[in-house]
Design a protein around this ligand. Structure first.
Ligand SMILES: Nc1ncnc2c1ncn2[C@@H]1O[C@H](COP(=O)(O)OP(=O)(O)OP(=O)(O)O)[C@@H](O)[C@H]1O
Length: 260
């Protein structure tokens, strides 16, 4: 469902992603891992059809991303909602459907309201339907944004660092909603992350990039000392605990490069 072949992504003459090739099947969850500046957001935005400066092959459901945008939902790293606008949670969710239909409404059509309530219920937040978005906790806000992304019934969900800036208990809340999306909807999910550990259980595949593709495969294939040390240095370590892989890494790579 996503095919990339010799993909190069540019910002003018700067090549942010170089010669990346991979395929992801429908319904799989992919963790996109790499240090600061590796190109994770760039790759995600290109797959979302939001950045079109690329060469090589890139197909999403057999189409160039920009032609598949009606079935893609993208949740950026930091949301762009102006929290001074007193929107209720339910209104934020409904925006996900209104945008996709190109509608600008002062009142939410009944059908969209119903779908938005269902989406809020799915993320476990029906009870805060009428609370102001700005007053929600970090974990609740992220779950409302997931509901907003789901309300348009996407086939592909792209999440940019969904756990950053969340405390550990909020992370658990958000990971359990992402797990529910994976297990109950069949939506294909791509997640960029600095830290794969909270997500290794739900990642079918991991892609490790540092401008170029370093590794692509199952967590067991990729989270190996000889692979992660290539990107994160000799102190990084992969560990298996029970059936799960974990890795100890730091965002040291680019800092180290800058010091040279
Ligand atoms: N709008 C832009 N114009 C020019 N260069 C950009 C732009 N956005 C990103 N870049 C550059 O492209 C490279 C990849 O950036 P990107 O944000 O995709 O990395 P990332 O892996 O998501 O990083 P982080 O983990 O820090 O968010 C970096 O060198 C960055 O400076």
């Amino acid at each position: 469902m996503i095919i990339a072949e010799n993909l190069n992504i540019y910002y003018d003459s700067y090549k942010a992603i170089e010669d990346v090739t991979f395929e992801l099947n429908t319904g799989e969850t992919l963790l996109l891992l790499g240090p600061n500046g590796a190109g994770k957001t760039t790759l995600l935005r290109t797959i979302a059809g939001l950045h079109e400066e690329y060469k090589g092959k890139l197909l999403v459901f057999g189409k160039p991303p920009v032609k598949a945008r009606d079935v893609i939902s993208y949740v950026p790293q930091s949301h762009s909602l102006n929290e001074r606008v007193p929107l209720k949670a339910i209104e934020v969710v409904a925006m996900g459907a209104l945008y996709k239909k190109g509608l600008v409404h002062f009142s939410i059509p009944k059908e969209i309201l119903k779908e938005s309530e269902k989406a809020l219920e799915f993320v476990g937040l029906r009870r805060i339907r009428d609370k102001r978005f700005a007053e929600l906790s970090g974990g609740q806000k992220q779950r409302v944004l997931l509901a907003r992304a789901l309300v348009s019934k996407p086939k592909l969900l792209l999440l940019d660092e969904p756990l950053s800036a969340l405390d550990p208990s909020a992370r658990v809340e958000v990971v359990s909603v992402i797990a529910k999306i994976k297990h109950e909807t069949g939506i294909t999910v791509l997640i960029t992350t600095h830290d794969p550990n909270p997500l290794t259980e739900i990642g079918d595949k991991i892609m490790l990039i540092n401008r170029r593709l370093i590794a692509f495969g199952t967590p067991e294939d990729v989270l190996k000392d000889e692979i992660i040390t290539k990107v994160y240095g000799p102190l990084s370590k992969a560990v298996k605990v029970g059936e799960r892989m974990y890795c100890f890494i730091g965002d040291v790579h680019l800092h180290r490069r800058e010091e040279k």
